[in-house]
Design a binder for this molecule. Sequence first.
Ligand SMILES: [Zn+2]
Length: 194
Amino acid sequence: MNHYWLSPKDQRHNIWIFYTESMETGIRLREQYVPLQCAECKKYDELAAIELGISPDVKIRSKSDYLMSDDGLICVSEAAQKVLLEVCPTSVRFVPLPGDSRYSILLPTSFVPTDPAKSHMEFHRPCQRCGRFRETCLSPALASMSLPSGSNVFVCPDLAIEGYRERSFWFLASEDVVSAFRAARLSGVDFEPA
Ligand SMILES: [Zn+2]
């Protein structure tokens, strides 16, 4: 059984969920999430931030069925939700955007245990205060993840893939799930062999 990383294609417009961007203020974290920020590296617990709620003014300018926001969240269209609920209903949960009924944030029901030592990833510049890395390189090797049994695998590793501002959520899918994406002609995503 082959596995693939779902690789979101670049978007034409910037898409921010936790941050806002304007000519006057530049890119800044929304007020409600500031208390979650580490004083040192300025990162915040993305999952706790989602629990605090998504601003009603978050709207997504895109036609893609699968996309990654500039702050690292995966958003999916209703069509993509339908496919995921058909092929791997127990692996996914969706957080609706209060201001944009076309999209929901995609999260896993649980993160799959991943062994850093076997991941072949590179971890750079840990924060002295919270321990999070400012940057990681590469995605975890397949053998480092404890994948569930069964054919319809759709998981997100518990090892955070970190950028300078945020963690980004990457999903790994087995061939059956990828086939369902292809059959439904879902847009915005490439499939990279893991
Ligand atoms: Zn920190």
